[in-house]
Design a protein around this ligand. Structure first.
Ligand code: ADP
Ligand code: ZN
Ligand code: ZN
Length: 834
């Protein structure tokens, strides 16, 4: 029946508005008008294209739909709707707002980092002539020409179009054409990623156990053709006692193609509900047909697993302290399986580098195409694929780097943060400067998921929370398979130098061991941390190193200013002419990198195959993996590297690890130096001696073998380290006893930068008090990109609300920036800075 023609539809007359998140650094959402033909289709979380300013067009995400026109500006229309279904879940919208507030940045900046660029308009986006466009309508000459080309050839990317027309500023022109609605942008990515569906067939739920299947085969005795189909199916998908495995099914085309299988019998079996068919989306990257490896957990591992599960009954977060080689990965796999079986999603976070290694191969073997991988070296398309795969339900389980916290999960049951102490979980630039571990905890809280933190060397913060009972704590303090922890030896390079036994940076002890290893064809790893770009002063004759009287950090030698400076409180001293402790003149800076080691080594061992692994040798997409597989294949005798070699690598043939410049790590000018040094050295040492038949050796070169932290490393005494560190943290009010916010003030002129910083400090101090606001101080690198930097460190005790303090800080920053004279000043806030 036709609707009554005279019915007046009020809804029709109502104007709809949408608050949109635009990828711009402005602290709010923007309100746009919803065109009438879009009202029914527009959903919160969908992407749209909107004009912005005079000439710009952005991909934005719908945050809210309502009827309230903006009060102080005329709302523009949304131009295009890109998604019929929300691409961003409500959880993510909540996450974006929370991150903006918590990390003192703009929601648009969060969106910008969260969405893979394949989901935003880029020069690869396809554009199409809009047939509804009233042509010509105020087009510039360039726009007209582009439009003509577009009419001739239909969908073209910005780049293709640019090539046709030969214009350089095609993207801008196209954006203005989009703004005038002369062309339509459509989502190439969406076209490309319409998932490919495959029909599968499997036994129905009535046949889950071996007994039920045997009964079925017997029952089909009188229908031999049908029996044969079932047998054929079983030859592909063996029935075990585990019902879950039975549910995986078989690609239907396999049975269809099999000549011996009677198609009509198959149909009959489906009709009789012996078999059922279902559809799955096939993954795009190949699934190397890896066999599923069954690993049986050891008793100790099984106990750890059970403890984690039982602690999850009471705690939302559990810390798994498991030494290197204890088999944490196997414990994770077990817990992941449990979570997946209960139907929830799982996110497994790994530091950048660890993700390209054996761990992922292992996970692939167990989880096959259920597993999505999210890596920063992946192409845009690959990342979009994972994003969509989660929305479509193909990937129930994703292993990824820190940015994987932005993926559209809505039903997480478990988040694992492996190597939770890793600093690469913190993003430095651009905003949001988030810590993936902390964000993961927030997400878990919203989705009622559990979080498992894992590490051989937990961060002091996490271990403290575990001790306080805020987190659960499970320990796994035995290596798998009788492998012993390596024998750690400290080599005194000061003594060796006095005895003239050093060859450049190499002690004779280390060279002897390397020689020995080369002869036995066993592999060695040499570690030199290149992060310590700042030199420090040290006396060669005694143990003196430059240290700040106010903070528990080293003083850094600044050559230009001829000063020793503290980067935490701003304390500074002139450079002493001789050692303040013993008067010796042998006070010097120290420093050398991996490259120099590699060169020197090749001279000593001209026959040896030496590889270097650091940032410089691993820029290309697969370079890292290549070095790893060469090393794994035995083509490399000695691998020299930075902290990259410390993570997640599991090589059976490595029996020697050499560690250089341990002192430098220990005296790095920051309060976490000792913790970091312990973590780094323990992790690198953990690469040695993973086989039961021989104990690995670790040689640590140091000028001072008496240092407490080195003794703790030797004894594998994490607890001892923790107990000392936590006292220091308390004494100097550092995390976990306080929260740190670092403000960096930048300007091209030093005095403006300094004045602005000082003013900010004065204003912050007024309310927060002197003890909480340190600085302004000149950072280690005082000028970056021709901008002068000053930093302010704010320490907030855990007892005060960071929310109110942050609001106050933000207010003061905005106040300062609104001063006309300080327009060009930039202030960067880093919350929970490391
Ligand atoms: P971690 O991450 O704690 O350093 P891994 O998970 O890498 O330790 O395990 C160390 C080695 O021991 C790996 O080669 C792993 O395959 C092996 N392994 C650990 N547990 C088992 C097990 N239950 N069965 C067989 N191999 C195991
Ligand atoms: Zn001295
Ligand atoms: Zn200081």
């Amino acid at each position: 029946m036709q609707p009554l023609p005279l019915t007046f539809d009020f809804a029709e007359e109502t104007t709809y508005f949408a608050d949109l998140i635009l990828p711009v650094p402005i602290p709010r959402m923007f309100t746009y008008r919803v065109p009438r033909d879009m009202v029914e289709r527009l959903k919160v979380g969908a992407r749209v294209i909107v004009p912005f300013g005079k000439n710009r067009v952005y991909t934005a995400v719908v945050g809210r739909i309502h009827h309230q026109p903006p009060s102080n500006y005329q709302a523009k229309y949304i131009l295009e709707l890109l998604d019929e279904y929300p691409l961003v879940t409500t959880y993510q919208l909540e996450l974006f707002s929370w991150m903006a507030e918590y990390y003192l940045c703009n929601i648009g900046e969060v969106l910008n980092v969260a969405l893979p660029s394949g989901l935003k308009i880029t020069s690869q986006s396809k554009v199409q002539y809009n047939p509804d466009f009233d042509y010509p309508e105020l087009l510039t000459e360039g726009e007209g020409r582009l439009l003509d080309e577009l009419k001739k050839h239909s969908a073209l990317s910005y780049e293709e179009l640019g090539r046709l027309v030969g214009e350089t500023n095609v993207p801008t022109t196209i954006k203005s054409l989009v703004g005038k609605r002369a062309v339509i942008v459509f989502d190439e990515v969406r076209e490309k990623y319409v998932p490919k569906m495959v029909r599968k067939v499997r036994l129905t739920e009535r046949y889950e156990t071996r007994e039920q299947v045997l009964a079925l085969i017997n029952a089909l005795e009188k229908s031999p053709k049908q029996q044969e189909v079932v047998m054929k199916y079983l030859s592909y998908v063996p029935v075990q006692n585990n019902p879950i495995l039975n549910r995986k099914g078989l690609d239907k085309t396999v049975l269809n193609q099999d000549d011996e299988v009677s198609q009509s019998s198959l149909q009959t079996l489906i009709k009789n509900q012996v078999f059922e068919t279902y559809e799955v989306i096939v993954p795009r990257f190949g699934d190397d047909d890896l066999p599923n490896v069954e690993v049986k957990l050891t008793d100790v591992q099984q106990r750890a697993c059970n403890q984690v599960l039982s602690q999850f009954n009471e705690k939302d977060i559990v810390l798994l302290h498991g030494i290197t080689g204890s088999g944490k990965t196997e414990v994770y796999i077990n817990l992941i399986q449990t979570a997946l079986e209960s139907g929830s999603q799982v996110l497994y976070l790994l530091p950048e580098i660890a993700l390209t290694t054996q761990i992922v191969v292992r996970l692939k073997k167990v989880f096959g195409d259920k597993l999505g991988i999210y890596h920063s070296k992946f192409s845009d398309n690959e990342r979009v694929e994972v994003w969509k795969g989660i929305v479509d339900g193909q990937y129930q389980f994703v292993v990824g780097v820190r940015s994987a916290v932005f993926l559209p999960f809505d039903n997480l049951g478990l988040i694992i943060v492996d190597e939770e102490h890793e600093t690469s979980y913190k993003q430095h630039d651009p905003a949001p400067r988030y810590h993936a571990r902390d964000v993961a905890m927030m997400i878990a809280h919203w989705q009622k998921a559990k979080v498992l933190l894992g590490s051989a060397t937990p961060s002091i913060e996490s271990y403290y929370h575990a001790q306080q009972g805020r987190y659960g704590l499970v320990e796994l303090l035995e290596r798998y398979g009788d492998a012993m922890l390596p024998d750690i030896v400290l080599v005194n390079t000061r003594v060796e130098r006095q005895q003239k036994k050093m060859k450049n940076e190499f002690s004779s002890v280390l060279l002897d061991h390397l020689q020995h290893n080369l002869e036995r064809k066993e592999q060695s790893i040499l570690f030199q941390n290149r992060r310590g770009y700042s030199p420090y002063l040290q006396c060669e004759d005694c143990e003196w190193t430059s240290r700040c009287p106010n903070c528990d950090v080293s003083l850094t030698y600044h050559m230009r200013a001829a000063e020793l400076r503290c980067h935490y409180c701003g304390h500074h001293d002139p450079v002493p002419k001789s050692c303040p402790a013993c008067g010796s003149f042998k006070v010097r800076t120290i420093g050398f990198g991996t490259e120099k080691l590699e060169d020197q080594l090749q001279i000593v061992f001209p026959e040896a195959q030496i590889q270097r692994m650091d940032l410089d040798t691993t820029r290309a997409k697969n370079a890292y993996q290549q070095i790893i597989s060469e090393f794994e294949g035995g083509n490399v005798d000695i691998l020299v590297g930075t902290q990259m070699i410390s993570k997640g690598l599991d090589f059976g043939n490595v029996s020697l690890v050499g560690i250089f410049d341990a002192d430098r790590m220990i005296h790095y000018p920051e309060f976490r130096a000792v913790e970091r040094a312990f973590q780094m050295i323990t992790q690198v040492s953990g690469r040695a001696g993973r086989r039961a038949d021989r104990r690995g050796k670790v040689l640590i070169q140091t000028t001072n073998p008496q240092q407490a932290v080195l003794l703790k490393v030797m004894e594998n005494d994490y607890r001892g380290l923790f107990e000392e560190e936590i006292i220091e943290r308390q004494n100097f009010n550092y995390p976990p006893f306080s929260r740190l916010i670092k403000l960096t003030v930048r300007h091209a002129e030093q005095n403006i930068s300094q004045q602005a910083a000082q003013r900010l400090v004065d204003q912050l101090t007024e309310k927060l008090g002197e003890a909480r606001v340190l600085g302004p101080e000149v950072p280690l690198v005082e000028r970056i990109r021709n901008q002068f930097l000053y930093t302010i460190l704010i320490k907030l005790e855990r007892s005060i609300s960071p929310k109110a303090a942050k609001a106050f800080i933000l207010e003061k920053i905005n106040e300062l920036l609104s001063d006309k004279g300080l327009k060009a000043v930039t202030i960067v806030a880093d919350v929970d800075c490391l």
